[in-house]
Design a protein around this ligand. Structure first.
Ligand code: C2O
Ligand code: CU
Ligand code: CU
Length: 483
């Protein structure tokens, strides 16, 4: 039997939440899939005299008709809502000219990117209205699905929720990438999932909503023309956790997580993603069929009645053409994954997440919480000691999960990650190596990626220093602007 859907009125959820009702949001079977999935355009780039690939992103206000009645005021990069997909190859030098056409300060952070702290786009690299910020760096990491979004101090939730986010796809010359579907927009599809709370057609600065958008499309379908399609799933929501799978629970192949390919494809029927996490799945389809990508109840283990662990959504309908072009066979493995060896770790650190604090402190722009020596491998033990859910994201590095809840990590956490979900009362042990970039005066961030927690101060700062060097004084413009 089907539970009553809240989508009967798009605005219904607001009322029910306000009334404290514990009914889960359930749009299964209720979505009409009336709109073709929008595919973010690939950002054009020029190559300058030094061989640098140059992109331009304008953060700007806009208006979008999501097709649910009326026009919504939005923000976007180079358009009304979300931004173009940036794409670059390993070894390439890139520069992005970020132009702020909003009437407030913002920033753009390259989530998952290994790069110097001054280029990271966190709260210490604010871009004033009318200003242009031009970070540049060399792509030096394997192929992966990264993303970009604002990171202004205390305002990240609103900026992302208004529509400022986009995908940043990295390519490399590895044989696996050629064997996977890789024709962008045809069999290699960005799937940026966000929930929204719209009221009178306008975006509310809320933590959850019951309206689902994929690439800014409400109730979308995708025409599939090949035997296999690669979906690059990105949870770009404020706080909602999803458990993606096909409606008929057919097995799909998980091929990559946040930081790149797994050692080998993993067959599963569900993949859970908390905010900021990515997963690349390869879905087999049969000619002529329709199959729905769904988010099943993520069962996040929180007891609170207003929690979202029982919510489920129909996300995207895949409509297979009557005849499908053949796809390459999936490789049985991707050439192995170098494991970071715990025996090489020189430092172990503990991070306790509770309320909106890490180790009992809220974010302070002027305080360096952690000093890491360049070249060292460290183990970070991150504990959610809370009754509510959190996750943990580290800038600059990719990490591997040594254990989750005291057990070996499940297959979907066996590869490179930069964000990990922490159910209530759960501990994760992460191993990471800090290479290439030291700067005693400019910190990177680690934080909970539930954006309201991040904005409320559940964030700390680390600097990477040369051996023997000590931390300096935070020197970014941002350090002074907020005090
Ligand atoms: Cu996706 Cu610190 O961010
Ligand atoms: Cu990040
Ligand atoms: Cu949190």
């Amino acid at each position: 039997m089907r539970r009553r859907s809240l989508l009967t009125g798009v605005l219904g959820g607001t009322f029910l939440l306000a009334a404290g009702c514990a009914s889960p949001v359930d749009t299964v079977g209720q979505v009409d899939f009336a709109r073709p999935l929008l595919i973010p355009p690939l950002a054009p780039a020029t190559v300058d005299g030094t061989g640098q690939r140059v992109f331009t992103l304008h953060a700007q206000p806009g208006r979008r008709d999501f097709g649910i009645g009326g026009t919504t005021h939005t923000w976007g990069f180079n358009g009304d809502y979300l931004g173009p997909t940036l794409r670059a190859r390993r070894g390439e030098r890139v520069r992005v000219d970020v132009v702020n056409n909003l009437d407030e300060e913002t920033s753009v952070h390259w989530h998952g990117m290994h790069l110097p702290a001054r280029m990271d786009g966190g709260p210490h690299q604010p871009v004033r209205p009318g200003a242009t910020w031009s970070p540049s760096w060399t792509i030096d990491q394997p192929a992966a699905t990264l993303w970009y979004h604002p990171h202004p101090h205390g305002r990240t939730r609103e900026h992302v929720n208004q529509g400022l986010a986009g995908m940043f796809i990295l390519d490399d010359d590895g044989p696996a990438q050629r064997a996977l579907p890789h024709d962008y927009g045809v069999d290699d599809i960005p799937v940026i999932v966000q929930d929204k709370d719209l009221h009178d057609g306008q975006i509310k600065n809320k933590n959850t909503g019951d309206l689902l958008l994929v690439n800014g499309t409400y109730a979308p379908y995708l025409k599939v023309v090949t035997e296999r399609v690669r979906l690059r799933l990105l949870n770009a929501s404020v706080s909602r956790v999803y458990a993606f799978g096909l409606a008929d629970e057919r097995p799909v192949n998980l091929v990559a997580t946040d930081g790149g390919l797994l050692a080998a494809p993993v067959t599963l029927s569900r993949i859970r993603l908390s905010p900021g996490e990515r997963a690349e799945i390869v879905v087999p389809v049969r000619a002529g069929e329709r199959v729905v990508l769904r988010s099943f109840p993520p069962e996040i283990g929180a007891a609170r009645s207003f929690d979202t662990g029982r919510d489920q959504f129909d996300v995207l309908e895949l409509r297979a053409a009557a005849t499908l072009r053949p796809s390459a066979k999936l490789p049985a493995e991707f050439g192995g994954l170098p494991r970071l060896d715990p025996a090489t770790a020189v430092t172990t650190r503990d991070f306790r997440l509770n309320g909106t604090d890490i180790n009992g402190d809220g974010m302070d722009m002027d305080r360096i919480d952690t000093v890491v020596t360049l070249g060292s491998t460290e183990i970070w033990t991150v504990r959610n000691t809370d009754g509510q859910r959190h996750n943990f994201h580290v800038h600059d590095v990719r990490f591997q999960v040594l254990s989750l809840g005291g057990a070996a990590p499940p297959a979907e956490l066996s590869g490179w990650k930069d964000t990990v979900f922490l159910p209530p009362k759960t501990e994760a042990r992460l191993i990471m190596k800090f290479a290439d970039y030291a700067d005693p005066d400019m910190p990177y961030m680690y934080h909970c990626h539930l954006l309201m927690h991040e904005d409320d101060g559940m964030m700390g700062q680390f600097v990477v220093v040369e051996p023997g060097q000590s931390a300096g004084r935070i020197s970014g413009v941002g350090a002074h602007e907020h005090h």
